[in-house]
Ligand binder design. Structure first.
Ligand code: CDP
Length: 224
């Protein structure tokens, strides 16, 4: 029964290193790693494929919702994201063109409403380590463990620049920092479920720490 499972909520801004840490933490404490950003990225990718102007025409995105079925399924012991019965390709949803518009898609109130239940359903899979922007504030305010993982803008730009396939050719530290800042701005100022720590989230600033060290910090708080 789902009530027996626990949830770990990990929120934070773009490229803060929370994905790496959430994945490592899932391996360490035992649990399924769920990336809610990938769910928003999947809809942004599909909108892009259909030529929808996501910034100016949110109604067209909303009109597509009944035709999209997005959910996590356990395959070979690991959660895998599916769109309409097909696994979602990481290379497509992590592309810089998708990163450039995903925040326009994620700020649409009706789309977030649609997403809410799909994300809450994940608690039925087992113990989950779920990362995003509003996990501790909106999706699982009752989560047993809540973290807000962040880093300085320059550290985050350095980390993103090091992720091949996620930045455009010729990107510089400055251009990547500007892209991240623009996304954080939209994510933090939207009226519905903005990026912010819950009052009871533990804030972890990761500058100068390796992913292993940060994972240890979180694991220590969970395992005691
Ligand atoms: O991995 P990265 O830091 O680039 O971001 P992500 O976690 O893949 O999230 C991509 C985008 O999805 C964010 O910039 C938000 O606009 C949106 N998002 C959201 O609004 N709420 C969530 N729970 C997760 C992601």
């Amino acid at each position: 029964m789902s009530q027996e499972f626990f949830q770990v909520a990990i929120d934070g801004p773009a490229a803060s290193g929370k994905s790496t840490v959430a994945r490592m933490l899932a391996g360490k404490i035992g649990g399924y790693y769920i990336n809610t950003g990938d769910m928003y990225r999947t809809l942004a990718w599909q909108s892009l494929e259909m030529g929808i102007d996501t910034e100016n025409d949110p109604d067209r995105v909303v009109a597509m919702l009944p035709q999209w079925d997005v959910h996590y399924r356990i395959v070979d012991g690991k959660p895998l994201l599916f769109l309409n019965g097909e696994p979602v390709p990481q290379s497509a949803i992590r592309a810089p063109e998708v990163s450039a518009i995903v925040s326009f898609v994620a700020r649409i109130p009706a789309l977030r409403e649609w997403m809410l239940e799909k994300q809450r359903e994940c608690r039925g899979l087992g113990n989950i380590i779920m990362e995003g922007r509003d996990i501790a504030t909106v999706i699982f305010p009752q989560a047993k463990y809540k973290f807000f993982v962040t880093a300085s803008p320059m550290e985050r730009a350095r980390r993103r620049l090091a992720q091949s396939g996620e930045v455009v050719e010729g990107a510089t530290l400055e251009s990547v920092a500007a892209d991240i800042a623009r996304r954080d701005e939209i994510d933090s100022n939207r009226p519905v479920a903005p990026l912010k720590p819950a009052p009871d989230s533990v804030i972890i600033t990761t500058d100068g720490y390796t992913a292993e060290e940060v994972t240890e910090m979180l694991a220590a708080r969970i395992l005691g």
